[in-house]
Design a protein around this ligand. Structure first.
Ligand code: PMP
Length: 398
């Protein structure tokens, strides 16, 4: 008998499990639409030119690798604040934002969750139904009871906004509400700016704690447009949290570059909050890594690199939109009778295709086309070579 003999085998991560199944599939036509990763039209993970240029500059004057401060590179934290809140943001100028560098967007969520648990241990967390797989697990692990607010409505093929609002209005004071700032994962449906106003008002009147998850800034309508919701929360006078990820927008998945920003009521409060965020980091992984955050800082703060990034991000955004249009057109050409134009109403990397679990299983087993059982497909993994095959396969299972 060892200490570990009774340890149970945890279920496989649903998305990573799908990847393993894909890798083992011998179908030569197989297409992986299960992942949350952007691929270019050649089906390759891009290495952005702005990233490469920054790295070349870094390597031309290599630096020793000491420990970073607990909250990361100061210039990075400032660059994140300017990006998320806007260069001219009075909140930033007044020193009301506490920002720390984190291990990806996930790290930002976890540091925020640990901090919130400490200051309000009896709060509960509301996430959207459905939401990114990891939200429930992450906030549960941090010790919170996690419930959902209505979001996607299959009948409506869209958002049950009234249901969402009613849930927020009925939530007890102090409830942490996790909101996808843009490009909702997994559905691809975002609420409108006018609906955001109502969400902000509900958070305000119910004294809720908004936690914005911004994993796709720039993948929807544009950098500013996607970040506009942050401005709405700032204007409301609420205090709130924002987790940032550069995994997608810089194609830096494996470098783990993210941040957590907490908007506070004053400079002094921000300093106290920062000191608590640093404890959460220190006791988890001590301090963050250098490479990815240095790249992102250089790109965000060097005008030529910044312009190049904005162009490259724009190209990724445009390619996804083109794939959505092509999907609608080619599904029709493949004989699909039902109206699929909802695909172009969705935004960001993902599409909730409306296909049932049985249809998704058939797609996988008979055609080697992999999406999640919920019907989520990654539009950013489609390209001019695989899209015809994907559309013909979908047409056969519909
Ligand atoms: N939030 C959402 C909604 C996401 O989709 C993702 C990435 N799949 C993350 C957070 C985590 O991002 P990162 O990989 O930077 O940790």
């Amino acid at each position: 008998m060892s200490l570990f003999s009774a340890v149970e085998l945890a279920p496989r991560d649903p998305i990573l499990g799908l990847n393993e199944q894909f890798n083992a599939d011998t179908n030569l036509n197989k297409v992986n639409l299960g992942v949350g990763v952007y691929y270019d039209d050649q089906g390759k993970l891009p290495l952005l030119e702005c990233v490469l240029k920054a790295e070349q500059q870094m390597m031309s004057s290599p630096k020793p690798r000491g420990y970073l401060p607990i909250d990361g590179i100061a210039a990075y934290d400032r660059a994140v604040q300017n990006l998320v809140f806007g260069e001219a943001s009075p909140a930033v100028k007044e020193g009301r934002v506490a920002t720390v560098q984190t291990l990806g967007g996930t790290g930002g969520l976890k540091v925020g969750a640990d901090f919130l648990k400490k200051i309000n241990p009896s709060a509960k967390v509301l996430i959207s139904d459905p939401s990114w797989e990891n939200h429930r697990a992450l906030f549960s692990q941090a010790g919170f009871p996690v419930e959902t607010y209505p979001y996607y409505d299959a009948q409506l093929r869209g958002i049950n906004f009234e249901g969402m609002l009613a849930a927020l209005r009925g939530a007890p004071e102090g409830t942490v509400v996790v909101l996808h700032a843009c490009c909702h994962n997994p559905t691809g449906y975002d609420i409108t700016p006018a609906q955001w106003d109502e969400v902000v008002a509900a958070c305000q009147s119910r004294k809720l704690v908004p936690f914005l998850d911004m994993a796709y800034q720039g993948f929807g309508h544009g950098i500013e447009e996607d970040g506009a919701v942050v401005g709405k929360f700032v204007a409301s006078g609420l205090t709130f949290l924002v987790a940032t990820s550069f995994s997608k927008s810089f194609s830096l998945y494996g470098e783990r570059v993210g941040a957590l920003s907490v908007l506070c009521q004053g400079k002094d409060e921000a300093a106290r909050v920062l000191s608590q965020l640093k404890i959460a980091i220190r006791t988890n992984y001590s301090n963050p890594p250098i490479h990815g955050a240095t790249v992102v800082t250089m790109v965000l703060t060097t005008p030529e690199l910044r312009a190049l990034w904005e162009r490259e991000l724009g190209e990724m955004r445009l390619r996804i939109k083109q794939m959505r249009l092509a999907l609608v057109e080619k599904l029709k050409a493949a004989g699909v009778k039902q109206d699929m134009t909802f695909i172009t109403e969705q935004i960001g990397m993902f599409s909730y295709s409306g296909l049932s679990k049985d249809q998704m299983v058939r797609l996988r087993e008979e055609f080697g086309v992999y999406g999640t059982d919920s019907g989520r497909m990654c539009v950013a993994a489609l390209n001019s070579r695989n899209i015809d095959y994907v559309c013909e396969s979908i047409a056969k299972v519909l």
